[in-house]
Design a binder for this molecule. Structure first.
Ligand code: FES
Length: 257
């Protein structure tokens, strides 16, 4: 984005914040008035907090900003990602930027695809009492308890597939009565599945071969010698994949690959 455009969009955002109604929120017990349109993360910054930890992507991907909060007159303990959840009047909130979960150490290359590997590294997986608190607390709607059940049954494929959306925020661990480190267990299942169980993608092998070819090397060399204007022209003239293209779509012109 050009500087001018960036400034213009920043100005618009600031104007909207200035126009927004202020509502009270409580951060670790202290009351602040913040614009009602902000996410928890932006509201904390508006209130004067500066993030050194507990903030990463700001886009709901990295899991660094797990937050717990309550609303007045409501027994329920709510959870969310600070970068994704919009503030509400009188919410009492605090963040758990890091939760000390047990993480087993292993040499991945020495592991096999056997579920026994997970059992040995994380024997506490059998401490799960199936209370489902982990699932209820997950801001990504991962069926955490089902994943743990799949691990216990030795079904690594199911565990990996069900936990694909996990962003490692650690909220499941914070609520677990059995003291399991669910997100580390799920990550290990995905690693084993991706590396040793999932079928290899044939088209990926083909793409790797293309990348290694002399044709590709020459095309890259040509690109590296181009100036910014030429690069722009090449980029703008490229053949774009149509929105509804099928799986087998390939560009007709491939000399820039
Ligand atoms: S900052 Fe990355 S998920 Fe919120």
């Amino acid at each position: 984005m050009a500087d001018k455009e960036r400034k213009a969009s920043g100005d618009t955002e600031n104007t909207e914040i200035e126009k927004a109604k202020l509502i009270p929120v409580y951060v670790m017990g202290k009351r602040y008035m913040v614009p009602e349109t902000l996410t928890i993360m932006k509201a904390l910054e508006y209130a004067g907090y500066r993030f050194i930890r507990g903030c990463g992507c700001r886009g709901g991907i990295c899991g660094a900003c797990a937050t717990v909060y309550r609303k007045p007159g409501d027994y329920h303990l709510y959870v969310g990602l600070a970068c994704q959840t919009v503030v509400e009047p009188d919410m009492y909130l605090t963040q758990i930027p890091f939760y000390p979960a047990n993480r087993a150490s292993y040499e991945f290359e020495q592991l096999t695809a056997s579920p026994e590997e997970i059992f040995k590294l994380y024997p506490e997986v059998f401490r799960c009492i199936a209370c489902n608190a982990c699932t209820k607390v997950c801001p990504m709607d991962v069926q955490v308890m089902d994943v743990i059940s799949a691990v216990k049954q030795g079904n690594i494929e199911r565990a990996a597939t069900l936990s694909f959306s996990c962003i490692q925020c650690g909220l499941c661990v914070s609520r677990c009565m059995g003291e399991l480190p669910q997100y580390h267990i799920m990550q290990l299942a995905r690693r084993i599945y991706g590396s040793m169980i999932a079928p290899r993608a044939q088209h990926l092998n083909e793409a790797v071969e293309v990348a290694k070819s002399e044709e590709c090397r020459q095309a890259l060399e040509k690109l590296m010698k181009s100036d910014i204007k030429q690069l722009r022209e090449i980029f703008q003239a490229r053949e774009i994949e149509p929105e509804m293209a099928g799986e087998d779509w390939t560009p007709a012109k491939r000399d820039y690959l």
